[in-house]
Design a protein around this ligand. Structure first.
Ligand code: MN
Length: 510
């Protein structure tokens, strides 16, 4: 029987013999630790960390991240301690496993502001973005095996959380590979009937048009070769179920108006080749007007770069053609990680040596770029999530990427803390915030009715400074207004503004 670590090692890009040895050791360690534990499917638990490690390897993650993926559930579910992990696998792996364990304690309650908090918390906690990537890989496998989760309410909660928290994160990070899978799995769980119908439609369409699509691919390859384009490759894809469903609604439920059900991707070596191929295509096929998009000159907010055009073949098949360089292809699949992979490869640096710095350095500026680009978009449907807005505001206060990076690490995140409601909802507040700030953050009206507060089960004064991780419970009365004194106890400007306005209103009335 082939060993499970073979799958992991095969998915890695040129692993060294030390990499292989280290992964083997981590695998054996996790297997022993999980022992007889089973997944809900009845399979041995170890298949879960193995699946995650394979995903991480495919994403081109470094050795430490893959090992942390293998070990990610050991501290939470087995007698293994975090100290033991550090002793056997080093400080970086410990840090990553600790981060993932911490994140798994957070719960989703389906309230808008808490979704935002959770997204932000995910990003903030991962001072090191590798923690988030492990979490995304973990979520992917959990979604792949979600049919075994009972009861159905739990399944729905996980799927909703996936859709509202994890899909947006994968999208912002530009990791198309994970984003579209998560999106379809969540859709399948939340709306099984609609998913089934659309999935079936796409499959049938793919079946009937297969021949025409193959012929188009052949014609295209021939034309590119004749035009002297070297070393190109092509792939074709059918649109993923969720994005087709979304587009279908936008197009008044007329599938004939969805022009990108089928797409052919051309991957060429260089940027110049992209534009040259573009010309070749328009030479052999008729482009549909208004469908030519140069996302190389103007990348999408998440950094996506590719040339798009839509054509009609002589066999009346409408196909979207996407042209990109190898580098752009990596970016669209791996997002922010693409640069990391490239950098690591080209410098042949030791994995994990100073990659943590590399991660933050790369991640933050690209997030900055995203938020800036996003701001300038006029047609964005969803409002910018608050965690992005906050990052953006912080970004604008500092000049230069270096300064911002430092500021973010030492200043911005260091000035924020996360506290919890008794139900486990996450509330983020500035350091030094009091129960009054907390009440305002939970619900504006809560400030009016506030009569007292408990922190970690103990009654406290309303001027008490909260600390990170505190569980805060607000006590209320039936009717009330804020006390003027509270203005001195309030750390957040928005809460102070609200209290002032409420007091003024009351004065005017009397
Ligand atoms: Mn897990």
């Amino acid at each position: 029987m082939p060993h499970a670590t073979d799958d992991i090692i095969r998915a890695m890009q040129s692993p060294s013999s030390e990499d292989q040895k280290a992964i083997q050791i981590a695998y054996e360690f996790a297997k022993v630790a999980h022992g007889e534990e089973k997944r809900k499917s009845g399979e041995p638990y170890i298949i879960h960390p193995t699946a995650i490690a394979v995903t991480l390897a495919k994403l081109g993650m470094d050795r430490e991240t893959i090992i942390a993926g293998i070990l990610h559930d050991t501290v939470e579910d087995t007698p293994v301690t975090i100290e033991e992990i550090e002793e056997k696998f080093g400080a970086t792996v410990r840090f990553l496993v600790e981060g993932v364990t911490k994140l798994s304690k957070l719960k989703y309650r389906g309230v808008e502001r808490h979704v935002e908090s959770l997204r932000r918390l995910l990003v903030a906690t991962a001072n090191d973005i590798r923690v988030i990537i492990i979490k995304l890989a973990d979520r992917l496998h959990n979604m792949e095996t979600i049919t075994f989760v009972e009861p159905i309410e739990k399944r729905m909660r996980i799927a909703l959380e996936t859709k509202e928290v994890y899909v947006p994160i994968a999208e912002r990070l530009g990791i198309g590979l994970i984003k579209s899978q998560l999106e379809d799995l969540a859709f399948k769980t939340l709306e099984p009937e609609r998913y089934k119908k659309i999935h079936q439609f796409l499959e049938e369409r793919g079946e009937t048009e297969k021949e025409a699509l193959d012929r188009a691919l052949n014609d295209l390859r021939k034309a590119l070769a004749e035009a002297g384009i070297r070393n190109f490759r092509t792939e074709s894809r059918v649109k993923n179920v969720h994005s087709f469903a979304t587009k279908l609604i936008r197009k008044g439920n007329d599938p004939d108006k969805v022009y990108d059900i089928f797409a052919i991707r051309i991957i060429v070596p260089t940027l110049e080749d992209c534009y040259r191929s573009f010309g070749v295509i328009h030479n052999i096929w008729r482009p549909i007007p208004g469908r030519i998009k140069d996302y190389i000159a103007s990348p999408k907010p998440n950094g996506y770069r590719t040339l798009h055009t839509t054509i009609i073949t002589p066999h009346k098949l409408i196909i979207e053609i996407q042209i990109r360089s190898e580098e752009m292809q990596q970016e669209s699949k791996f997002g922010v990680m693409a640069h990391f992979i490239y950098k690591n490869k080209s410098q042949g640096s030791e994995p994990g040596k100073d990659s943590k710095i590399g991660w933050v350095g790369r991640f933050v500026p690209s997030l900055m770029k995203m938020t800036r680009a996003e701001k300038s978009l006029t047609q964005t449907s969803a409002p910018t999530p608050r965690w992005l807005t906050d990052l953006n505001t912080a970004a604008e206060e500092f000049e230069g990427e270096e300064a911002f990076k430092d500021a973010l690490r030492e200043d911005f995140f260091a000035r924020r803390m996360f506290v919890f409601t008794p139900k486990g909802d996450v509330i983020d507040l500035p350091i030094g915030a009091t129960p009054i700030d907390f009440a305002y953050a939970v619900h504006t009206n809560l400030v009016d009715l506030m009569s007292g507060a408990k922190v970690n089960g103990k009654m406290v004064g309303l001027d008490t400074e909260l600390h990170k991780g505190d569980i805060v419970e607000i006590q209320t009365k039936k009717i009330g207004t804020p006390n003027k004194k509270w203005l001195d106890y309030t750390k957040t400007a928005s809460a102070r503004r609200y209290i002032r306005a409420t007091l003024k209103k009351k004065e005017n009335k009397s």
